[in-house]
Write a protein that binds this ligand. Sequence first.
Ligand code: ZN
Length: 274
Amino acid sequence: MAALKHLTLRKAIIAACLKMNELGINQGTSGNISARIKGGFLITPSGIPYEKMKPEQIVEMDLGGGYFGNFLPSSEWRMHYDIYLNKPEGGAVVHTHAVYCTALACLHERIPAFHYMIGVAGGTNIRCADYATFGTQELSGYMLKALQDRSACLLANHGMICFAKDLDKTLWLAGEVETLAQQYWTARQMGKPTILSKREMATVLARFKSYGKQSKDLAKGEALAVEPPPRRDGPQAAAKAPARKNVRKSAAVRKPAARKRAARKTSKAKEPAA
Ligand SMILES: [Zn+2]
């Protein structure tokens, strides 16, 4: 028998499925995960519990929409397939029925820019795709529309789907989107959340291009999302510590008499108003 191709990636997909349930962002086997390979992708099979799933049961599909082997791919293979065809930057796809995402999707609601982290999905909101029966091309079409300039969307009366460059990033994104859905849901219980302006979100989105990156990971000409504090050691250390002579001495370094005067002043100031 020929050696199983892509064994490491197959194992990584199973590990991601188990992690997805461990994180509490999926119910049973309702979710499905895939990862891109040359000329196609690997996807979880239909109806096999993640704990019992074996590497050889992960299904290989090509970019013509056909599959190889004895196991049927997930019933949602069309959504995964359409993401690989239409989103060249997508290296992995996670689809789940995460509770808060699904609750909002059942109300056909998008998640607005109530929190700056909405930018993780690439825009100023996370849309909700129109409803269509699971596993249909119609659903996949609605999903693609909701994913325009986005890497995540809700699926009406169904759940959520997202993609990123690899399995780890995609699983992280799925967790972030579910957290946003939960935060939005919670805020809505107490009132109407304030939505960030388009201008503020433009600033956030510009910063998100390098969000979470270390200096060594920056592309040429790219700046860190937030200006870092000065580094004190190594070749990048700041030239010297800032001059102290113009800094007013604190009470702790003044002469004893001055310190006492300062202490009296402070305790007076602290006296509560009658
Ligand atoms: Zn589903």
